[in-house]
Write a protein that binds this ligand. Structure first.
Ligand code: PLP
Length: 397
């Protein structure tokens, strides 16, 4: 296969070579069941527990507070539905309009099934109004579920302030941190979040593994019922190799946030600044100050994002329009819509998301081909023609 330039790391990431190395024995000779009584299984149990320690260490949490799951979506479902089941007298849920479908669709489902859900709005930078959050909290609010960082724009919510407001009212706070874990430091010994979701494949671990952090003492029912695995909180024989891989990925992520973020941010900024400075009618979507260092969401006026994606793809460059789950549908991104971005601008948006494996040469190549792509697509765009006509009329006046 030809070399791929992968700028779609918010959709998924490559498995780090060190992670794969650590996993391989558990796909070969170390195949025991961690629940078995014999010492062969006991050795596997130890490896699972070591992985749990590494995950907990990344977040400054206790290993007992980490429950392994199959993905970010499972962690989100577990958190919200598990809390509601454990607190049946409370029928109000608060979330935002810009959540990933793993939270948004659960909340929409709940709103049709006996729950009252408040969907907080966002401003044109993608930020929530903290006063609206404060005013929305009620005595019967069971849970507040707010993401740490947005998968489409990279916008980071002010989590310290959110936690302070929610905990002041004694309400359970769930945070979908699928895009934040491994990208920005999170210290759960200082941040009073009760539940936090993570997905392995966003931080160079394999697909099919994730975890839910459950702060000690949080009232929650298991989502998956069956055996006694994960101390009765999540049934099912553990996905040992992937759990071990996730542990290693967390250890690597902890290694050097600052160095890595500086490198990734420099690549992101190089591409973004080039686009804004050299391709007219381009805009960055979302709060540029409070943003993941790896994400850039740009609108190219007068052309369809999908058309740019296809042309980039021909050059071996992978990017995305909105989240991977919504691309392919003609609906504009619900995130950009919630931010009040006009329909046509939402349709013309592209997300570039970087990782530590990207290089400056890759960015340079993209910089070389992108202006031609945009120019070509604009030359055949009816919107571009209309715009030019308007400009001519303006000059004539
Ligand atoms: N939450 C966010 C913010 C995400 O970006 C994603 C995946 O893109 C998910 C949840 C779902 O994670 P998974 O694909 O592991 O189910």
């Amino acid at each position: 296969m030809a070399k791929v330039i992968y700028f779609d790391n918010n959709a998924t990431t490559n498995v780090a070579p060190e992670v794969l190395e650590e996993m391989l024995p558990f796909l070969k000779e170390q195949y025991g069941n961690p629940s078995s009584m014999h010492s062969f299984g006991g050795g596997i149990r130890k490896s699972v527990e070591l992985a749990r320690e590494k995950v907990a260490d990344l977040l400054n949490a206790s290993p007992m507070e980490i429950v392994f799951t199959s993905c970010g979506s499972e962690s989100d479902n577990f958190a919200i539905r598990g809390v509601l089941e454990a607190n049946p007298d409370k029928k109000h849920v608060i979330t935002t309009r810009v959540e990933h479908p793993a939270v948004l669709n659960v909340c929409k489902y709940l709103s049709k099934n006996g729950y009252d859900v408040t969907f907080l709005k966002v401003d044109n930078k993608g930020q929530i109004d903290l006063d609206e959050l404060r005013d929305s909290l009620r005595d019967d609010t069971a849970i507040v579920s707010i993401m740490y960082a947005n998968n489409e724009t990279g916008v980071i919510f002010p989590m310290e302030k959110i936690a302070e407001i929610v905990k002041e009212k004694g309400v359970i706070l769930h945070v979908d941190a699928v895009q934040a874990v491994g990208k920005i430091p999170i210290d759960l010994s200082k941040l009073p979040i009760d539940l936090l979701s993570c997905s392995g494949h966003k931080l160079h671990a394999p697909k099919g593994v994730g975890f839910l952090y459950i702060r000690r003492g949080t009232k929650i029912k298991p989502f998956m019922i069956g055996g006694h695995q994960e101390r009765g909180r999540r049934a099912g024989t553990e996905n040992v190799a992937s759990i071990v891989g996730l542990g290693k990925a967390c250890e690597l992520a902890k290694g050097d946030f600052e160095e890595e973020n500086t490198k990734v941010k420099a690549l992101r900024d190089k591409l973004e600044n080039f686009i804004l400075g050299n391709i007219p009618y381009t805009h960055v979507n979302g709060d540029r100050e409070n943003r993941l260092p790896n994400t850039s969401n740009v609108s190219f006026e007068f052309i369809e994002g999908e058309a740019i994606l296809l042309m980039l793809d021909k050059h071996g460059i992978c990017a995305s329009s909105g989240s991977a789950c919504t691309s392919g549908s003609l609906e504009p991104s619900h995130v950009l819509r919630a931010m009040g971005i006009p329909f046509t601008l939402s349709h013309s948006s592209i997300r570039f998301s970087f990782s530590r494996y990207n290089t400056e040469e890759e960015v340079d190549y993209c910089i070389k081909v992108l202006p031609e792509i945009v120019e070509r697509l604009r030359s055949i765009s009816p919107y571009w023609d209309e715009k030019k006509l308007k400009d001519i009329k303006k000059v004539e006046k």
